[in-house]
Write a protein that binds this ligand. Structure first.
Ligand code: IMP
Length: 427
């Protein structure tokens, strides 16, 4: 199994961290390749709960090399907080972490821009995580005001910060409550980031060369996707998306490893659906069912603590993203959250303008107008958190899982029935 990728097939928060953590022991290298500290993954290990944003979940196993690859946007302050937080709990981070010298750096102006510009042209909120992710990717694509990790170690770093700050102050002065004053102090920012760079210097490397050597040497690599495929900048529910390729297509561009090396793609879904932030969500249950799922599943953002919007499993959306990601098998997470419900609904198709459609619409306005066509299945109404074998699950739970797999067109290989590593059923 030289290269495996783990991809969320919904709108993020599919509990990918747990699966990555489980798979890590079979891999030598774990790679984050897109997104930034907008992602949050929770790993429960040894009875302790860890919340990470940038550092790959592989960090809990010292023999595993963790890589933050080129496609990630890195806020050095957040990264240092994570490193210090792990160290305080006895997890040392040393040579087992590598950061790409090509990864782009998030600066205070990006966070300011996120705050001032989190809207579509019609005023509707995207509801970003306010971590400066979109503005940093915007500067990367724009090139003129971008700073890559390796740039912080060059002699012209101070000049670059001065030039960028002069421009950004003029820009921010024309926006919202930034008007009329200089928001940013170049000297202060340069001093602060030089300090971060000094502390992070030993982690910085050419990760593209490292990963190409590793795949050619047939080392086992695990690619850890952040967010979910429906938030993909190109293939998601644009403009209510994140600013990177969070579907399977991002592995190659973000890491530099050609997609042909990926030998297994695991698609992660929840047994239901959630979404944080704005944008259409056809199967949303803005009612007591949604509230029940939120309460039982503790559906509040890892990063922002925002309550997540909750709804039924959408097989139209998951089939689309499973195909997009070249997914081989599914991991169905949080099955236990549905255990108390007497009846479950699965969206098997949409109705759009009186016609049944089975494809996922490309325009957000069409997605807003679709009506889900549901199939109802009986709930199992039995605690499943102690079950460790597929055959021991209630028949109704197995029927539900089989129907999900059948509709998505991929076999269900992993089922999660609780947050702990042990609470996992492997087929
Ligand atoms: P941004 O990534 O902070 O720009 O946010 C853009 C959209 O993606 C917003 O709707 C966020 O709520 C959503 N988003 C970003 N990261 C995550 C995540 O890790 N889980 C779920 N939603 C996310």
């Amino acid at each position: 199994m030289p290269a495996t990728c783990v991809i969320g097939l919904q709108w993020g928060d599919e509990a990918k961290g747990k699966i990555v953590d489980l798979l890590t022991e079979q891999h030598d290298i774990v790679v984050r390749y897109q997104g930034g500290s907008n992602a949050g993954h929770t790993v429960v290990t040894g009875g302790q709960t860890f919340k990470l944003s940038l550092i790959p979940s592989g960090i809990f196993r010292p023999r595993v090399q963790c890589v933050i690859a080129t496609g990630v946007v890195v806020n050095p302050a957040s990264l240092l907080d994570e490193i210090d937080g792990l160290a305080a709990r006895g997890i040392a981070v040393g040579k087992n972490l590598m950061i790409s010298d090509r990864a782009h750096v998030i600066f205070p102006w990006h966070i300011e821009e996120d705050r001032l510009l989190d809207r579509c042209s019609d005023g509707e909120l995207i509801g970003t995580t306010m971590r400066g992710i979109g503005p940093c990717y915007r500067d990367k694509v724009g090139r003129s005001f971008a700073v890559r990790f390796g740039d912080m170690f060059r002699s012209d770093f101070s000049d670059r910060v001065n030039n960028i700050v002069a421009f950004k102050n003029r820009m921010l002065a024309g926006m919202g409550d930034g008007a009329g004053r200089d928001l940013l102090d170049a000297g202060e920012i340069h001093a602060q980031y030089s300090g971060y760079a000094r502390r992070l210097r030993d982690y910085v490397a050419d990760t593209t060369a490292y990963l190409l050597d590793a795949v050619e040497a047939k080392r086992n690599i695990l690619f850890e996707g952040a967010q979910g495929s429906l938030l993909d900048i190109d293939h998601g529910t644009f403009p209510f998306v994140t600013s990177s390729n969070s579907s399977g297509v991002g592995v190659a561009s973000g890491s530099g490893v050609p997609a042909r090396y990926v030998t297994k793609a695991i698609g992660i879904v929840k047994a239901y659906t959630t979404r944080v932030g704005g944008g259409p969500f056809p199967t949303e249950q803005d009612n007591e069912i949604g509230q029940h799922i939120r309460d039982v599943g503790n559906e509040y953002g890892t990063v922002t603590r925002r309550p997540r919007r909750c709804g039924w499993f959408d097989a139209v959306a998951a089939r689309y993203t499973a195909r997009l990601g070249g997914i081989d098998v599914l991991a169905v997470m949080l099955l236990d959250v549905l255990s108390q419900l007497p009846e479950l609904q699965i969206c098997v198709a949409y109705e759009l303008d009186g016609r049944r459609i089975e494809h996922f619409p490309s325009h957000v306005d069409d997605l807003r107008r679709v009506k889900p066509i549901y199939e109802t299945m009986p709930g199992w109404q039995q605690d499943v958190t102690g079950i460790r074998r597929r055959a021991d699950l209630p028949n109704k739970a197995n029927a539900y899982l089989n129907r999900l797999g059948g509709l998505v067109g991929r076999p269900v290989e992993i089922v999660s029935v609780g947050p702990d590593r042990q609470q996992t059923i492997l087929s």
